[in-house]
Design a protein around this ligand. Structure first.
Ligand code: SF4
Length: 138
């Protein structure tokens, strides 16, 4: 089982192998590809830093405890009808995306994120709507 905070449910959709450091990318790619190959993997929703934040490099400005990031987590969980502490399968999270999320939500909820302008996160939402699941990362 993996522990994930709210906004990382979105980040995984648009993940293309980019990240803050080599170690961060290695960890996220492992998680992402595990979910891709086994969508029944269990996820527990947590409040604050999770298994992806653990690998955030010491060299960068640590934003994982910022108030606005907690607000972003909460907004995403609310929109998806999820609660802190809830455990569900990744495929159920994809179902919630299809039911409750539209690509433009990225623009509204992730307005402060530097990765947003790449457009990959909205593309990720569109792909889930199209029933494609997560992408293969080479
Ligand atoms: S815009 Fe940033 S916070 Fe939002 S899903 Fe993409 S990477 Fe994650």
């Amino acid at each position: 089982m993996f522990k994930l905070r709210g906004h990382h449910l979105f980040c995984l959709l648009g993940y293309r192998g980019m990240g803050y450091s080599e170690e961060y990318v290695k960890n996220m790619t492992f998680l992402h590809q595990t979910l891709r190959s086994n969508p029944k993997t269990l996820i527990q929703i947590v409040n604050g830093p999770d298994q992806l934040c653990e690998k955030f490099p010491n060299s960068g400005v640590y934003h994982c405890q910022d108030e606005n990031i907690y607000k972003q987590d909460a907004a995403i969980l609310k929109k998806m009808g999820l609660e802190i502490g809830e455990i569900l399968m990744w495929e159920e999270i994809e179902e919630r995306v299809r039911e409750f999320i539209v690509p433009n939500d990225i623009q509204n909820i992730c307005s402060t994120c530097s990765w947003r302008t790449y457009g990959v996160c909205e593309e990720g939402v569109r792909e889930i709507h199209a029933g494609k699941g997560l992408r293969k990362i080479n």
